[in-house]
Design a protein around this ligand. Structure first.
Ligand SMILES: NC(=O)c1ccc[n+]([C@@H]2O[C@H](COP(=O)([O-])OP(=O)(O)OC[C@H]3O[C@@H](n4cnc5c(N)ncnc54)[C@H](O)[C@@H]3O)[C@@H](O)[C@H]2O)c1
Ligand SMILES: O=C(O)C[C@H](O)C(=O)O
Ligand SMILES: [Mg+2]
Length: 525
């Protein structure tokens, strides 16, 4: 599926050129003059302005005399990027990644036309820099990296002001908004206002992969405080220095924002991103019938994971209808894990009929307290539908809180899927236990981000479970050389292969809401 995803990304590149060139400011009315144009990344062409435009727009004398074409500027940027790569070779990965992010971010802040052309043409190289995993590092260091504002910030201090604030955004039309409150950034936890890096990176993928007009996207941070004590004590922290709001006080901020944004742009699509679990489900339930919105961590992830689960059946050389016979162990019962199981259960019910599902529950769900069963005390209502202990398909000897190794040894699952946020929990013992899978090609999906939070590396999965596995991860890993010329192929199971299509499809269809059926269709496409 994800290879198709890449094809879709590449396909979009060609489409995108048409779309993008259609949407990027060609001959348009520019109401700015002189230095204001040079300082506006939407309109700036740097040294590419021809003499006629320099005269007409009051730029003569504000640029070096020589006119450098777009293509020459492109080559010049790529040369400086490749030179950076050469001169940082051997430096620590984080240092290199942040240096690459900085050179791309400077271009983004200066000349968006050139930036998106460069990004689209080099998407496989640059996605891991402007998106996962590097974007996680950027969010962690945002206080020191911040140079030029991008997007809008609505804070708890703006209560009652949002309806007027929304008109401060310079673009008359906004199609796509990615919104976060910074409460669960990737697997890095509460990063407060520094989480703005995620909406910016996600929207870059909308432009690069779906051809969205960069002048009609809007990254938004809802700064409702943070529970991250380290940030509250950090002198460079740019957000509200207060504990994170809770309860109705919190929801009133989100309510006011959603009202304000849809007053100005009634058809704007809002993607909720990286909200902590309780608000991820609550806000999805609260808004999905009133606005065109979705939660990417719950629904986008579910779509991508279902695509991968169906792809794993195909990779195991079995008919898709065998999906209902797949035994699937999911580690992580948060917004992502529950989202995946909910969609997978819908797919099984659709394929096999509800009574079959009850009889042979094919899912085992674990969280930080082990296997979730009906004996769990104070079970999370979201996890309850997946608690073991019902139906005839019970495998004896697996009680409440059973460990992952116990579950694998008893169940011999076809699929082991991680959305725990905890790096390395698919350790050698777990991965070796997967050798006993009932599948000739067990699937291991280490979907947590960023890389350090992946449940296992690709190398360990191939090394300990064997070279016949189907492997996918949330953050990119290189393919593995297995020796004798054989390659262990690594897929990327990331919702970036789904949300650009969901947003673009909803926009082009003029959808008033985003249904589960749309996400199912996207995952089966
Ligand atoms: N690949 C993707 O497209 C994608 C999409 C969404 C989320 N994610 C990643 O998934 C991870 C979780 O996201 P979330 O929103 O569900 O987080 P969350 O905090 O809502 O849930 C985490 C879950 O993992 C469980 N857990 C924690 N430690 C555990 C352990 N040692 N063993 C078993 N379970 C454990 C917790 O009990 C909780 O149920 C993050 O790293 C996130 O980046 C990846
Ligand atoms: O941001 C990503 O890379 C995927 C996902 O939305 C996540 O929260 O991990
Ligand atoms: Mg996310």
């Amino acid at each position: 599926m994800w290879r198709i995803g890449r094809a879709a990304l590449v396909l979009n590149r060609r489409q995108h050129t048409r779309l993008f060139s259609a949407s990027i400011p060609g001959p348009c009315i520019v109401h700015k003059r002189g230095a204001d144009i040079l300082h506006d990344p939407w309109f700036n062409k740097d040294t590419g302005f021809p003499l006629t435009e320099r005269d007409r727009l009051g730029l003569r004398g504000l640029l070096p005399p020589r006119i450098i074409s777009f293509e020459q500027q492109y080559e010049r940027f790529m040369e400086s990027y490749r030179s950076l790569e050469k001169h940082t070779r051997g430096a620590p990965t984080n240092v290199v990644s942040l240096a690459k992010w900085r050179i791309l971010n400077r271009l983004h802040d200066r000349n968006e036309t050139l930036y998106y052309r460069v990004l689209i043409d080099n998407i496989e190289d640059f996605a891991p820099i402007i998106y996962t995993p590097t974007v996680g590092l950027v969010c962690q260091n945002y206080g020191g990296l911040f140079r030029r504002p991008r997007g809008m910030y609505f804070s708890a201090k703006d209560k009652g002001e949002m309806m007027s604030m929304i008109y401060n955004w310079p673009s008359p039309q906004v199609d796509m908004i990615v919104l976060t409150d910074g409460s669960r950034i990737l697997g890095l936890g509460d990063l407060g206002v520094q989480g703005i890096g995620i909406p910016i990176g996600k929207l870059d993928m909308y432009v690069a992969a779906a051809g969205m007009n960069p002048q009609r996207i809007l990254p938004v941070m809802l700064d409702v405080g943070t529970s991250n004590q380290k940030l509250l004590e950090d002198r460079l922290y740019l957000g509200l220095r207060q504990p994170r709001l809770e309860g109705e006080e919190y929801l009133s901020i989100v309510d006011e924002f959603m009202e304000a944004v849809h007053t100005r742009w009634p058809k704007a699509i809002v993607q909720f991103e990286d909200f902590q679990m309780k608000w991820a489900f609550e806000t999805l339930h609260r808004y999905r019938k009133r606005f065109c919105m979705f939660n990417d961590d719950i629904q986008g992830t579910a779509g991508v994971a279902l695509a991968g689960l169906l792809g794993a059946v195909r990779a195991q050389g079995r008919p898709l209808s065998d999906f209902v016979k797949q035994k699937i162990v999911v580690v992580g019962a948060g917004s992502a894990g529950i989202g995946v199981l909910t969609m997978a259960k819908q797919a099984v019910s659709r394929m096999a009929g509800n009574n079959e599902m009850a009889a042979n529950n094919p899912f085992w769900l674990l969280d930080k307290d082990g296997l979730v069963t009906k004996d769990r005390k104070n079970i999370d209502p979201a996890a309850a539908p997946f608690a073991r202990g019902f139906g005839l398909g019970e495998i004896d000897g697996l009680g409440e809180g059973a460990s992952l190794v116990e579950v694998i040894k008893k169940v011999k699952p076809h699929v082991l899927l991680g959305l725990s946020g905890v790096g390395g929990i698919f350790n050698e013992e777990v991965l070796k236990a997967m050798r006993e899978s009932d599948s000739a090609r067990p699937a291991i999906f280490a979907m947590s981000n960023p890389t350090a939070n992946a449940e296992c590396t690709a190398a360990d999965a191939f090394k300990y479970t064997g070279e016949h596995i189907v492997f996918a991860s949330g953050s990119p890993f290189e393919n593995i050389k297995l020796g004798n010329g054989k390659i262990g192929h690594v897929n990327q199971a990331n919702n970036m292969y789904l949300f650009p299509g969901i947003g673009l499809g909803s926009l082009l269809a003029g959808a008033r809401s985003i249904s589960d059926g749309m996400l199912q269709a996207a995952s089966e496409w």
